[in-house]
Design a protein around this ligand. Structure first.
Ligand SMILES: Cc1cc2nc3c(=O)[nH]c(=O)nc-3n(C[C@H](O)[C@H](O)[C@H](O)COP(=O)(O)OP(=O)(O)OC[C@H]3O[C@@H](n4cnc5c(N)ncnc54)[C@H](O)[C@@H]3O)c2cc1C
Length: 316
Protein backbone atom coordinates (compact mmCIF):
# COMPACT_ATOMS: atom_id res chain seq x y z
CA UNK A 1 0.00 0.00 0.00
CA UNK A 2 1.48 3.37 -0.87
CA UNK A 3 0.77 6.72 0.70
CA UNK A 4 -1.58 7.85 -2.04
CA UNK A 5 -3.82 4.90 -1.30
CA UNK A 6 -4.63 6.39 2.08
CA UNK A 7 -5.66 9.69 0.60
CA UNK A 8 -7.50 8.91 -2.61
CA UNK A 9 -10.86 7.28 -3.20
CA UNK A 10 -10.53 3.72 -4.46
CA UNK A 11 -11.87 4.54 -7.93
CA UNK A 12 -8.91 6.82 -8.56
CA UNK A 13 -6.40 4.16 -7.68
CA UNK A 14 -6.91 1.76 -10.51
CA UNK A 15 -4.90 1.36 -13.67
CA UNK A 16 -5.98 3.37 -16.69
CA UNK A 17 -7.21 0.36 -18.66
CA UNK A 18 -9.40 -0.78 -15.78
CA UNK A 19 -10.80 2.70 -15.31
CA UNK A 20 -11.67 2.87 -18.99
CA UNK A 21 -13.35 -0.53 -18.83
CA UNK A 22 -15.42 0.59 -15.84
CA UNK A 23 -16.49 3.74 -17.66
CA UNK A 24 -17.91 1.51 -20.41
CA UNK A 25 -15.17 2.69 -22.79
CA UNK A 26 -12.77 0.39 -24.60
CA UNK A 27 -9.28 0.37 -23.10
CA UNK A 28 -6.62 2.03 -25.20
CA UNK A 29 -8.43 5.30 -25.92
CA UNK A 30 -5.94 8.00 -26.83
CA UNK A 31 -6.41 11.72 -27.33
CA UNK A 32 -4.68 14.75 -28.79
CA UNK A 33 -5.34 18.42 -28.11
CA UNK A 34 -5.24 21.39 -30.46
CA UNK A 35 -4.33 24.90 -29.28
CA UNK A 36 -3.91 28.20 -31.07
CA UNK A 37 -0.96 30.56 -30.49
CA UNK A 38 -1.72 33.46 -28.12
CA UNK A 39 -1.93 37.08 -29.25
CA UNK A 40 -1.28 38.77 -25.91
CA UNK A 41 0.31 38.11 -22.55
CA UNK A 42 -3.09 37.44 -21.01
CA UNK A 43 -3.93 34.92 -23.71
CA UNK A 44 -0.53 33.33 -23.23
CA UNK A 45 -1.30 32.80 -19.55
CA UNK A 46 -4.66 31.26 -20.43
CA UNK A 47 -3.02 28.96 -22.99
CA UNK A 48 -0.46 27.72 -20.49
CA UNK A 49 -3.08 27.18 -17.83
CA UNK A 50 -4.94 25.05 -20.39
CA UNK A 51 -1.80 23.11 -21.34
CA UNK A 52 -0.89 22.43 -17.71
CA UNK A 53 -4.44 21.30 -16.92
CA UNK A 54 -4.55 18.85 -19.84
CA UNK A 55 -0.93 17.63 -19.73
CA UNK A 56 -1.53 14.95 -17.04
CA UNK A 57 -4.02 13.23 -19.39
CA UNK A 58 -0.94 12.20 -21.40
CA UNK A 59 -2.20 13.07 -24.89
CA UNK A 60 -0.51 11.33 -27.82
CA UNK A 61 0.43 14.81 -29.07
CA UNK A 62 -0.66 18.43 -28.80
CA UNK A 63 -0.86 20.57 -31.92
CA UNK A 64 -0.52 24.31 -32.42
CA UNK A 65 -2.34 25.99 -35.30
CA UNK A 66 -0.84 28.30 -37.92
CA UNK A 67 -2.89 31.47 -38.50
CA UNK A 68 -4.44 32.09 -41.91
CA UNK A 69 -1.80 33.27 -44.35
CA UNK A 70 1.03 32.39 -41.98
CA UNK A 71 0.14 35.34 -39.77
CA UNK A 72 1.12 33.49 -36.58
CA UNK A 73 4.40 32.08 -37.87
CA UNK A 74 6.52 33.47 -35.00
CA UNK A 75 3.90 32.83 -32.31
CA UNK A 76 3.26 29.27 -33.45
CA UNK A 77 6.98 28.64 -33.45
CA UNK A 78 7.46 30.16 -29.99
CA UNK A 79 4.61 28.09 -28.52
CA UNK A 80 5.89 24.87 -30.07
CA UNK A 81 9.42 25.58 -28.86
CA UNK A 82 8.19 26.17 -25.32
CA UNK A 83 6.26 22.89 -25.46
CA UNK A 84 9.49 21.10 -26.40
CA UNK A 85 11.55 22.82 -23.73
CA UNK A 86 9.15 22.94 -20.79
CA UNK A 87 6.74 20.02 -21.02
CA UNK A 88 6.64 16.27 -21.43
CA UNK A 89 4.26 16.66 -24.38
CA UNK A 90 4.91 15.80 -28.02
CA UNK A 91 4.14 18.94 -30.05
CA UNK A 92 2.85 18.87 -33.61
CA UNK A 93 3.24 22.17 -35.45
CA UNK A 94 0.67 23.12 -38.10
CA UNK A 95 2.11 24.46 -41.35
CA UNK A 96 0.26 25.85 -44.37
CA UNK A 97 1.06 26.65 -48.02
CA UNK A 98 -0.53 30.12 -48.00
CA UNK A 99 1.53 33.22 -48.79
CA UNK A 100 4.96 31.61 -48.64
CA UNK A 101 7.46 30.23 -51.14
CA UNK A 102 8.59 26.63 -50.95
CA UNK A 103 11.98 27.85 -49.72
CA UNK A 104 10.33 29.76 -46.84
CA UNK A 105 8.17 26.82 -45.82
CA UNK A 106 11.14 24.46 -46.03
CA UNK A 107 13.15 26.82 -43.81
CA UNK A 108 10.38 26.83 -41.18
CA UNK A 109 10.26 23.03 -41.28
CA UNK A 110 14.04 22.81 -41.03
CA UNK A 111 14.02 25.04 -37.94
CA UNK A 112 11.34 22.83 -36.35
CA UNK A 113 13.46 19.76 -36.99
CA UNK A 114 16.49 21.52 -35.43
CA UNK A 115 14.35 22.38 -32.39
CA UNK A 116 13.46 18.72 -31.90
CA UNK A 117 9.97 18.81 -33.42
CA UNK A 118 9.18 15.58 -35.25
CA UNK A 119 5.46 15.89 -36.02
CA UNK A 120 3.82 18.39 -38.40
CA UNK A 121 0.19 18.91 -39.45
CA UNK A 122 0.41 19.80 -43.16
CA UNK A 123 -2.42 21.95 -44.56
CA UNK A 124 -3.13 24.01 -47.60
CA UNK A 125 -4.62 26.77 -45.46
CA UNK A 126 -7.43 29.21 -46.17
CA UNK A 127 -7.09 32.46 -48.13
CA UNK A 128 -5.91 35.42 -46.03
CA UNK A 129 -8.62 37.73 -44.67
CA UNK A 130 -10.20 39.86 -47.38
CA UNK A 131 -9.49 37.35 -50.17
CA UNK A 132 -12.40 35.24 -51.32
CA UNK A 133 -10.48 32.56 -53.22
CA UNK A 134 -7.37 30.58 -52.53
CA UNK A 135 -4.50 31.35 -54.88
CA UNK A 136 -1.25 29.43 -54.54
CA UNK A 137 1.91 31.49 -54.02
CA UNK A 138 3.76 31.60 -57.40
CA UNK A 139 6.80 29.84 -55.89
CA UNK A 140 4.84 28.00 -53.22
CA UNK A 141 3.35 24.59 -52.57
CA UNK A 142 -0.04 24.68 -54.25
CA UNK A 143 -1.94 22.07 -52.21
CA UNK A 144 -1.46 20.07 -49.04
CA UNK A 145 -0.40 17.05 -51.08
CA UNK A 146 2.55 19.05 -52.46
CA UNK A 147 3.39 20.31 -48.98
CA UNK A 148 3.46 16.79 -47.53
CA UNK A 149 5.92 15.66 -50.22
CA UNK A 150 8.07 18.78 -49.68
CA UNK A 151 8.17 18.35 -45.90
CA UNK A 152 9.11 14.69 -46.23
CA UNK A 153 12.02 15.81 -48.42
CA UNK A 154 13.20 18.21 -45.67
CA UNK A 155 13.26 15.50 -42.97
CA UNK A 156 11.49 12.33 -41.96
CA UNK A 157 8.68 14.05 -40.03
CA UNK A 158 5.56 12.27 -38.85
CA UNK A 159 2.87 14.11 -40.83
CA UNK A 160 -0.84 14.43 -40.16
CA UNK A 161 -3.30 15.89 -42.68
CA UNK A 162 -6.88 17.15 -42.70
CA UNK A 163 -9.89 15.04 -43.74
CA UNK A 164 -13.46 16.18 -44.36
CA UNK A 165 -16.37 13.92 -43.36
CA UNK A 166 -18.74 16.26 -45.24
CA UNK A 167 -16.24 17.09 -48.04
CA UNK A 168 -14.11 20.19 -48.27
CA UNK A 169 -16.34 23.06 -49.49
CA UNK A 170 -14.16 23.70 -52.58
CA UNK A 171 -13.94 20.05 -53.64
CA UNK A 172 -15.68 19.38 -56.96
CA UNK A 173 -17.07 16.12 -55.55
CA UNK A 174 -16.87 13.87 -52.49
CA UNK A 175 -14.93 11.29 -54.54
CA UNK A 176 -12.42 13.94 -55.64
CA UNK A 177 -11.93 14.91 -52.01
CA UNK A 178 -11.42 11.30 -50.97
CA UNK A 179 -8.85 10.82 -53.76
CA UNK A 180 -7.12 13.93 -52.48
CA UNK A 181 -6.96 12.46 -48.97
CA UNK A 182 -5.50 9.26 -50.40
CA UNK A 183 -2.91 11.28 -52.36
CA UNK A 184 -1.84 13.12 -49.18
CA UNK A 185 -1.31 9.80 -47.42
CA UNK A 186 0.51 8.32 -50.43
CA UNK A 187 2.78 11.40 -50.35
CA UNK A 188 3.91 10.46 -46.84
CA UNK A 189 1.29 11.47 -44.25
CA UNK A 190 0.46 8.81 -41.69
CA UNK A 191 -2.64 10.13 -39.93
CA UNK A 192 -5.80 12.01 -40.94
CA UNK A 193 -7.56 14.36 -38.52
CA UNK A 194 -11.12 15.23 -39.37
CA UNK A 195 -12.82 18.58 -39.61
CA UNK A 196 -15.35 18.96 -36.80
CA UNK A 197 -18.83 17.48 -37.21
CA UNK A 198 -21.72 16.94 -34.81
CA UNK A 199 -23.63 13.90 -35.98
CA UNK A 200 -21.56 10.77 -35.21
CA UNK A 201 -23.23 9.01 -38.18
CA UNK A 202 -21.60 11.55 -40.51
CA UNK A 203 -18.16 10.51 -39.31
CA UNK A 204 -18.97 6.79 -39.27
CA UNK A 205 -20.28 6.85 -42.85
CA UNK A 206 -17.16 8.76 -43.92
CA UNK A 207 -14.98 6.19 -42.15
CA UNK A 208 -16.73 3.46 -44.18
CA UNK A 209 -15.88 5.28 -47.42
CA UNK A 210 -12.29 5.89 -46.31
CA UNK A 211 -11.77 2.22 -45.46
CA UNK A 212 -13.50 1.11 -48.68
CA UNK A 213 -11.00 3.29 -50.58
CA UNK A 214 -8.21 1.19 -49.08
CA UNK A 215 -7.01 3.83 -46.61
CA UNK A 216 -5.81 2.10 -43.46
CA UNK A 217 -4.05 4.87 -41.48
CA UNK A 218 -5.70 6.25 -38.33
CA UNK A 219 -8.69 8.47 -39.10
CA UNK A 220 -9.14 10.62 -36.02
CA UNK A 221 -12.40 12.49 -35.39
CA UNK A 222 -11.97 16.18 -34.60
CA UNK A 223 -14.20 17.02 -31.64
CA UNK A 224 -15.31 20.61 -31.10
CA UNK A 225 -17.04 21.15 -27.75
CA UNK A 226 -19.55 23.91 -28.46
CA UNK A 227 -19.98 26.73 -26.01
CA UNK A 228 -20.83 29.64 -28.29
CA UNK A 229 -23.49 28.21 -30.58
CA UNK A 230 -23.85 31.32 -32.78
CA UNK A 231 -20.13 31.39 -33.47
CA UNK A 232 -20.10 27.69 -34.34
CA UNK A 233 -22.95 28.13 -36.83
CA UNK A 234 -20.98 30.88 -38.61
CA UNK A 235 -17.79 28.85 -38.56
CA UNK A 236 -19.54 25.67 -39.73
CA UNK A 237 -20.95 27.56 -42.73
CA UNK A 238 -17.46 28.49 -43.91
CA UNK A 239 -16.00 25.01 -43.62
CA UNK A 240 -18.90 22.93 -44.87
CA UNK A 241 -19.89 21.26 -41.59
CA UNK A 242 -23.60 20.71 -41.06
CA UNK A 243 -25.32 21.76 -37.85
CA UNK A 244 -28.16 19.38 -36.98
CA UNK A 245 -31.52 20.78 -35.85
CA UNK A 246 -31.28 18.87 -32.57
CA UNK A 247 -28.09 20.79 -31.75
CA UNK A 248 -29.77 24.14 -32.38
CA UNK A 249 -32.67 22.94 -30.24
CA UNK A 250 -30.29 21.97 -27.40
CA UNK A 251 -28.90 25.51 -27.22
CA UNK A 252 -32.16 27.37 -27.89
CA UNK A 253 -33.06 29.89 -25.18
CA UNK A 254 -29.62 29.70 -23.51
CA UNK A 255 -28.17 32.84 -25.11
CA UNK A 256 -27.81 34.54 -21.70
CA UNK A 257 -27.03 31.43 -19.71
CA UNK A 258 -23.37 30.49 -20.22
CA UNK A 259 -23.32 28.04 -17.31
CA UNK A 260 -26.10 25.84 -18.73
CA UNK A 261 -24.55 26.16 -22.20
CA UNK A 262 -21.35 24.64 -20.84
CA UNK A 263 -23.23 21.74 -19.27
CA UNK A 264 -25.07 21.10 -22.53
CA UNK A 265 -21.80 21.34 -24.44
CA UNK A 266 -20.20 18.68 -22.24
CA UNK A 267 -23.24 16.44 -22.60
CA UNK A 268 -23.38 16.80 -26.40
CA UNK A 269 -19.65 16.21 -27.00
CA UNK A 270 -19.59 13.45 -24.36
CA UNK A 271 -22.45 11.62 -26.11
CA UNK A 272 -20.74 12.10 -29.47
CA UNK A 273 -17.50 10.53 -28.17
CA UNK A 274 -19.26 7.64 -26.44
CA UNK A 275 -21.16 6.80 -29.63
CA UNK A 276 -17.94 6.87 -31.65
CA UNK A 277 -16.08 4.79 -29.06
CA UNK A 278 -18.89 2.23 -29.14
CA UNK A 279 -18.21 1.95 -32.90
CA UNK A 280 -14.54 1.22 -32.30
CA UNK A 281 -13.06 4.72 -32.52
CA UNK A 282 -10.07 4.77 -30.19
CA UNK A 283 -8.42 8.11 -30.92
CA UNK A 284 -9.93 11.59 -30.53
CA UNK A 285 -8.57 15.04 -31.44
CA UNK A 286 -10.02 17.92 -29.41
CA UNK A 287 -10.27 21.48 -30.70
CA UNK A 288 -9.75 22.98 -27.24
CA UNK A 289 -9.92 26.67 -28.25
CA UNK A 290 -7.34 27.04 -25.43
CA UNK A 291 -10.04 26.30 -22.84
CA UNK A 292 -9.38 23.09 -20.93
CA UNK A 293 -12.50 22.47 -18.83
CA UNK A 294 -14.84 20.87 -21.36
CA UNK A 295 -12.10 18.83 -22.98
CA UNK A 296 -10.95 17.62 -19.56
CA UNK A 297 -14.49 16.64 -18.58
CA UNK A 298 -15.12 14.78 -21.84
CA UNK A 299 -11.80 12.93 -21.54
CA UNK A 300 -12.76 11.96 -17.99
CA UNK A 301 -16.00 10.57 -19.39
CA UNK A 302 -13.93 8.55 -21.87
CA UNK A 303 -12.17 6.95 -18.90
CA UNK A 304 -8.94 8.95 -19.04
CA UNK A 305 -7.32 9.81 -15.72
CA UNK A 306 -4.29 11.93 -14.82
CA UNK A 307 -1.21 9.80 -15.38
CA UNK A 308 0.25 10.38 -11.92
CA UNK A 309 -2.84 8.72 -10.40
CA UNK A 310 -2.64 5.83 -12.84
CA UNK A 311 1.05 5.39 -12.13
CA UNK A 312 0.35 5.40 -8.41
CA UNK A 313 -2.32 2.75 -8.96
CA UNK A 314 -0.03 0.53 -11.00
CA UNK A 315 2.70 0.75 -8.38
CA UNK A 316 0.44 0.05 -5.38
C1 LIG B 1 -7.44 19.20 -38.36
C2 LIG B 1 -7.41 20.52 -39.10
C3 LIG B 1 -6.48 21.49 -38.73
C4 LIG B 1 -6.41 22.72 -39.41
N1 LIG B 1 -5.47 23.65 -39.02
C5 LIG B 1 -5.33 24.80 -39.71
C6 LIG B 1 -4.31 25.76 -39.39
O1 LIG B 1 -3.53 25.57 -38.44
N2 LIG B 1 -4.23 26.88 -40.13
C7 LIG B 1 -5.07 27.13 -41.19
O2 LIG B 1 -4.92 28.18 -41.83
N3 LIG B 1 -6.05 26.26 -41.51
C8 LIG B 1 -6.20 25.11 -40.81
N4 LIG B 1 -7.19 24.20 -41.16
C9 LIG B 1 -8.12 24.54 -42.24
C10 LIG B 1 -7.57 24.14 -43.63
O3 LIG B 1 -6.40 24.88 -43.92
C11 LIG B 1 -8.65 24.44 -44.65
O4 LIG B 1 -9.72 23.55 -44.48
C12 LIG B 1 -8.21 24.54 -46.09
O5 LIG B 1 -9.24 25.14 -46.84
C13 LIG B 1 -7.90 23.19 -46.75
O6 LIG B 1 -6.74 22.64 -46.27
P1 LIG B 1 -6.33 21.13 -46.65
O7 LIG B 1 -5.00 20.89 -46.08
O8 LIG B 1 -7.41 20.21 -46.38
O9 LIG B 1 -6.18 21.33 -48.26
P2 LIG B 1 -6.05 20.31 -49.46
O10 LIG B 1 -5.96 18.90 -49.02
O11 LIG B 1 -4.97 20.82 -50.35
O12 LIG B 1 -7.47 20.47 -50.19
C14 LIG B 1 -8.03 21.75 -50.37
C15 LIG B 1 -9.09 21.70 -51.46
O13 LIG B 1 -8.47 21.63 -52.74
C16 LIG B 1 -8.93 20.48 -53.44
N5 LIG B 1 -7.76 20.06 -54.22
C17 LIG B 1 -6.70 19.31 -53.83
N6 LIG B 1 -5.84 19.17 -54.84
C18 LIG B 1 -6.34 19.84 -55.89
C19 LIG B 1 -5.88 20.10 -57.23
N7 LIG B 1 -4.73 19.60 -57.68
N8 LIG B 1 -6.67 20.86 -58.02
C20 LIG B 1 -7.82 21.38 -57.58
N9 LIG B 1 -8.31 21.17 -56.33
C21 LIG B 1 -7.56 20.43 -55.50
C22 LIG B 1 -9.39 19.52 -52.36
O14 LIG B 1 -10.34 18.58 -52.82
C23 LIG B 1 -10.02 20.48 -51.39
O15 LIG B 1 -11.28 20.89 -51.81
C24 LIG B 1 -7.31 22.98 -40.48
C25 LIG B 1 -8.28 22.01 -40.83
C26 LIG B 1 -8.33 20.80 -40.16
C27 LIG B 1 -9.37 19.79 -40.53
Amino acid sequence: MNLLANRLPQAQLQPAAQLQAQSGMPAGISVSFEFFPPKSEKMEEALWRAIRRLEPLAPRFVSVTYGAGGTTRERTHATVRRLVEETSLEPAAHLTCVGASRADVDAVAESYWQAGVRHLVALRGDPPEGEAHYRPHPQGYAYAVDLVAGLKAVADFEISVAAYPESHPEAPSADFDLDNLKAKLDAGASCAISQFFFDPEVFLRFRDRVRAAGITVPLVPGILPVTNFGQVVRFAATCGASVPDWLAESFAGLEDDPETRRLIAAMVAGDQCRRLAAEGVEEFHFYTLNRPELTYAICHGLGLRPTSLCLAAEQS
